[in-house]
Write a protein that binds this ligand. Structure first.
Ligand code: ACM
Ligand code: ZN
Length: 496
């Protein structure tokens, strides 16, 4: 730490005990004011001098050891009256420097001349959007990617399939979108009653609600995201949350009358289930260049498996002692398939049940305990504990359709993914943090944005800013400034 402070003093001159005030979110590592200011209208015409050089940036860092992924995102920025200077080790750092300038130009009038040195704390700074319960479509997604980029967030977890709708074109299984992307009722709770989903209807049925992404739509979204250094991670749920898949292809259910009592699960006893999943994943791999595939893994009830002759035969043949081990067999097998195609899997924390697949990354949602266990076992973890990160929870009991727990901005902001019990040697397994927007209650685009903002601002700062730069009273002030700007840009932002 002492070396770091000395390095910053060398880079910026003596620093005040109090960091100087900026409106930026996420708060940069180091910010210092220079004499003079610039009118926002002039930022577009300022002379820009860019230097991409690892050596130059390392000099700016003055001995501070960053990991390779941090170096890639790091930047040094000087905003003077006549021009802007940017130094970075990689294009990505230049991109983040420009996002900083863009935000300064939106927040400050005039812009105070300044010097900034900055890099991220965590490599995974994510938002998840559930497009199955309610479908928003391409323009909405791009609009949110734009805001994510401004906030220096870099992972978009695309929850594309679930019980109430399949939302991505799969050529091998056309009924997934010709049938189960469409339903008679628009609002999710009008369709799902007593945890049993309603019917689906054919595409083109008058009044049908739904939609899906064509392969071209996905390509457009990916190009938009790539320009903003955002990796899009698709999620294909298994073995639970598959009511829609079973509605399209009932043979994927267990061999029980009506597919068994649990309406959500696929049958891991049948080879044909694996053939289906592999063909679907091959098309998904063809669409999404991400190194990760999220395979879901959450909330499978597994009751059918205890009765299904195919599942029982599988358990006997593989020496599996419980249905939890049967789930683990399925996830491990899918991991081997993913590896064979150069991909790694992410799963919700239930994939710990029955034994974790060797290389799986765990998305810890029930709390942080599952994530801590996975870290101890040497696995990578992304933290999205419901209490802090589930953005479907209400911000105010008087708000539109309040549900779940009370999750105000301050609570979201208070989360630290680096729990005290994580050792320094294990810290690299904590990839980062994600805000999740489930949409059971969220049909309208404006409502979705109201749930995202300003809480995504807090997730962004938790993901990017160094722990010692977090400061709730100052963040609350900055969130209010950015909220006003976001509203001006046409986003719906919850009023604090
Ligand atoms: C989840 O909330 N079922 C991951
Ligand atoms: Zn079965």
């Amino acid at each position: 730490m002492k070396g770091f402070v000395i390095a910053l003093v060398l880079a910026f001159g003596p620093m005040n005990a109090q960091p100087q005030q900026t409106n930026l979110i996420p708060a940069p590592v180091a910010y210092s004011v220079r004499p003079g200011n610039v009118s926002p209208s002039r930022t577009a015409v300022l002379d820009e001098r860019i230097r991409i050089s690892r050596r130059t940036l390392l000099r700016r860092l003055g001995g501070r050891q960053l990991t390779d992924w941090q170096l890639k995102s790091a930047y040094w920025l000087e905003l003077g009256k006549k021009g802007v200077k940017i130094e970075a080790a990689d294009e990505e750092g230049v991109f983040y420097a420009r996002q900083t300038l863009k935000m300064l130009a939106a927040l400050d009038s005039p812009l105070t001349c300044c010097t900034i040195l900055d890099w991220p704390r965590f490599r995974y700074r994510g938002v998840m959007l559930d497009e199955s319960r309610h479908f928003q479509g391409k323009d909405f997604v791009m609009k949110q990617l734009e805001m994510m980029a401004l906030l220096k967030m870099n992972r978009f977890h695309f929850h594309l399939v679930d019980n109430p709708g399949w939302r991505v074109q799969i050529d091998a299984y056309p009924l997934l979108t010709a049938l189960t992307a469409w339903r008679p009722e628009a609002f999710f709770w009008d369709w799902e009653k007593n945890e049993i989903g309603g019917p689906f209807v054919d595409e083109g049925t008058p009044g049908a609600y739904g939609g899906f992404y064509t392969k071209q739509d996905i390509a457009d979204i990916l190009a938009f995201a790539a320009e903003r250094h955002i990796e899009v991670i698709p999620e294909i749920e298994m073995p639970g949350h598959n009511y829609e898949t079973r509605a399209a292809y009932p043979e994927l259910a267990c061999s029980l009358p009506g597919g068994g009592k649990d309406p959500w699960e696929l049958c891991p006893g049948k080879e044909s289930t694996f053939e289906f999943l592999e063909k679907v994943l091959l098309e998904i791999f063809g669409m999404f260049p991400s190194q990760y595939i999220h395979i879901g893994g959450d909330e499978a009830r597994k009751n059918n498996w205890k009765l299904c002759p195919d599942c029982q035969a599988r358990m006997k043949a593989e020496g599996l002692k419980s249905v939890e081990e049967l789930q683990s067999y399925m996830i491990r097998r899918m991991e081997r398939f993913a590896h064979a195609h150069g991909k790694r899997i992410i799963g919700w924390d239930e994939i710990l049940q029955g034994g974790l697949a060797p290389d799986a990354t765990v998305m810890s949602w029930h709390g942080i305990e599952a994530g801590l266990k996975a870290v101890r076992e040497g696995h990578d973890v992304i933290f999205t504990p419901t209490h802090y990160c589930y953005l479907d929870y209400h911000q105010d009991s008087a708000q539109f359709r309040p549900v779940g727990r009370y999750l105000p901005l301050e609570k979201v902001y208070s989360f630290d993914p680096m729990a005290a019990s994580i050792t320094e040697a294990d810290a690299h397994h904590v990839l980062g943090v994600q805000g999740c927007l489930w949409t059971e209650h969220v049909q309208e685009a404006w409502h979705a944005e109201m749930m995202l903002y300003p809480r995504v601002f807090a997730i962004a700062e938790t993901g990017w800013s160094q722990a010692e730069r977090k400061d709730w009273p100052d963040f609350e002030r900055r969130a209010s400034v950015l909220s006003a700007v976001a509203r001006r840009w046409g986003y719906t932002v919850f009023r604090l």
